[in-house]
Design a binder for this molecule. Sequence first.
Ligand code: G
Ligand code: G
Ligand code: MN
Ligand code: NA
Length: 254
Amino acid sequence: LLIESSLRQALARNEFRVFYQPQLDLASGRIKGMEALVRWRHPELGIVSPARFIPIAEETGQIIDIGKWVLREACRQAREWNADAGSALVVAVNVSAKQFEHGCFATQVRQVLEETGLPAHQLELEITESVIMDRPDHVVSVMKELRELGVRFSIDDFGTGYSSLSQLKRFPIDTLKIDQSFTRDIGLDEGGTAITRAVIALGHSLRLQVVAEGVETTEQQRFLAQHGCHGMQGYLFSRPVEPAAFGALLSMHV
Ligand code: G
Ligand code: G
Ligand code: MN
Ligand code: NA
């Protein structure tokens, strides 16, 4: 209850922060992009995890404004880093079903890209299988509209949802993100290892990029590289960090 009432003021009080987790290209070892992950610095509760407040924000509808703020901040920051470093990092932003359902989502994204000057192909929107299966016809039309601008799409937590492969084929997707539950199983559990290998192979045959999440060990990294996974994210290289720390990482690794 405390969370619900203070969430209403959090945007106006400037309590949200965006952290960034680097995404590495497995072949070159270079940073090719970053995932934006929102944090809430509550005056009394301290840092509140999005796992706690995003579901509430979705229920109350506040996710529309919070999501737009995160999107603008992430695009602004990506544009600034790319200008400073002469790089072309792609920023990945998580999007809720509620944002997609909202009639103006494509317009909002277009506005944010114009305002911030980030090239559309340097923005990747992360959606889950449930976003897609929620209202497939509506979602596919919004995705196609944004895809025409150059915006990229990834499927987050791939393999944990209920989307069918025949459905997925209809959507303009660029990247599959292997869920961290599968990454964790590499070398430990036969089933999980087989799923990871299968998702990478699926990505290759559909000409999609494959990015593994939750990479924590060099064994996992080696396995993924050997099987032709394109990218990785995880504590092995870096946790999600605040912008200043990410800027420092960039100056060493790009
Ligand atoms: O980084 P972390 O443990 O805190 O993220 C927890 C969950 O919150 C993850 O599932 C992540 O996708 C989600 N999340 C983080 N930032 C955002 C955001 O800006 N929008 C949405 N919709 N979800 C987010
Ligand atoms: O649902 P989504 O994939 O967007 O959520 C990403 C979540 O995973 C975030 O909460 C992020 O902080 C967390 N995360 C990122 N890298 C690792 C990792 O290597 N190990 C674990 N356990 N969590 C991670
Ligand atoms: Mn994500
Ligand atoms: Na995920």
